[in-house]
Design a protein around this ligand. Structure first.
Ligand code: 7TS
Length: 406
């Protein structure tokens, strides 16, 4: 089904503005996606109609807030096809989810000499928590290498796996290059040696159909703001049998059953990992972001974005001096690029002067950039509301910028 992009665009108020006198072309969706009016309205409705703390009060507003909050958890459960609601833990985002697992599971179960595997493609959020854990425990961090197209070398991964491997934590889709990793196969390979697998789903969440039971990963994390939802809210999915064995990460209200000065007993899942008043308004609004995606259908969005990827790639290949970085066979709508002799920052500034928003820099993937011999790239990334006309504007302005600065 072809998407009705004009109809989709009417749902995003932010898109209808000029930037530096030119119509905004927003191509920084891998950093954060824009929010449809339903999400914005849900926030307003919550704060103007039923703001109240959850799980505590018997009064009307508290019940209404709790119901909406828990309905959102159920919407996430369905979206991920998780087996139970207890497996859906509310966090601030991807980064917090990874830190939760590193601190809770990692500090309890990972010991000196154990091995943790990540990959060259990781975002800093999926590197630093493991380095911190390794420093504390004496565990060893091992890195799956990539080829020059930006694809993981699976045979090297296979060689790395052994009985000392306790955890594999890999990105499902690279934010810097767009590479889609063969994670289902990687999960199977890790399980074969008894290791657990955590998937960083920050980019996968808005582009790929996700089924936790089919993927069989042990943990999966994402941020709502990358899937048309608000900032400050995210999800950690974990298999119930594993979450049950893990100690709480933060202590406080909500995560307890009973507190005495002698001993405290912890609440059941998922609340054991949700200390303190949660981000209620943004969690309530997340359901509306999920509904937005489900109403259009993820396959339809993915197909549209893939058409934009192909269209943009073809046009960019025609621009002298421009080189696309990351040419994996399996990619989402993310194109990193450089132009010889021109700093990526200058490219970004020139595009911005013409209303085109792209990302420049190392994309929080400094080890990947250094593997590629680069100090950064410019990056265009697509969402459901982007159009071929916007790609035309982007490539026209890119060609102009390169001509002027070469
Ligand atoms: N992992 C990946 C793969 C990401 O793309 C990001 C954010 C994160 C983790 C961290 O997510 P957070 O919501 O906790 O911050 N990526 C980007 C980006 O590509 N440009 O800005 C943020």
């Amino acid at each position: 089904m072809a998407l009705n992009i004009e109809d989709i665009r009417t749902q995003f108020p932010i898109l209808h503005q000029n930037v530096h006198g030119k119509p905004l072309v927003y191509l920084d969706n891998a950093a954060t996606s824009q929010k449809p009016i339903q999400v914005i309205d849900a926030l307003t409705a919550y704060y103007s109609g039923y703001n109240s703390n959850v799980h505590r009060g018997v009064h009307h507003l508290a019940e209404k807030a709790t119901t909406a909050f828990e309905e959102s958890r159920e919407a996430v459960r369905c979206f991920l096809n998780a087996a139970t609601l207890e497996e859906v833990i509310i966090t601030k985002g991807t980064t917090e989810g990874i830190n939760l697992v590193a601190n809770s599971y990692g500090r309890k179960f990972i010991k000196a000499g154990d091995e943790i595997i990540i990959s060259t493609l990781e975002h800093h959020s999926n590197i630093v928590p493991w380095q911190m854990l390794c420093e504390e425990t004496g565990a060893i961090l091992r890195i799956i290498p990539i080829n020059d197209s930006g694809e993981l070398l699976l045979d090297e991964y296979e060689k790395m796996l052994n009985e000392r491997t306790k955890l594999v934590s890999v990105v499902y889709v690279s934010n810097a290059l767009g590479t889609i990793n063969p994670v289902k196969e990687m999960v199977k390979m890790a399980h074969h040696v008894g290791a657990l697998v955590m998937l960083d789903g920050a980019q996968a969440i808005s582009h790929l159909n996700l089924d936790m039971q089919d993927l069989d990963c042990d943990f999966f994390v994402f941020s709502a703001h990358k899937v048309y939802g608000p900032t400050g809210i995210g999800i950690l999915y974990g298999k119930k049998v594993i979450l049950e064995k893990m100690p709480p990460y933060l202590g406080g209200g909500e995560m307890i059953k009973e507190v005495t000065f002698a001993k405290t007993t912890y609440n059941d899942l998922p609340y054991k990992f949700e200390a303190g008043t949660p981000n209620i308004g943004d969690m309530v609004a997340l359901k509306y972001a999920i509904n937005f995606v489900e109403n259009i259908g993820k396959e339809n969005i993915a197909k549209h974005e893939h058409e934009l990827l192909t269209y943009a790639t073809e046009q960019m290949q025609e621009i002298p001096n421009v080189k696309i970085i990351g040419t994996a066979k399996e990619k989402i709508g993310v194109i990193s690029f450089v132009a010889e002799g021109i700093h990526h920052f200058d490219l970004g500034m020139m595009l911005d002067a013409n209303g085109v928003a792209v990302r420049t820099g190392n994309h929080c993937t400094m080890p990947l950039m250094s593997r590629l011999g680069l100090n950064g790239t410019a990056r265009a990334s697509f969402a459901a509301y982007n159009t071929k006309h916007e790609i035309d504007v982007f490539t026209r302005e890119l060609a102009k910028a390169v001509r002027i600065m070469s």
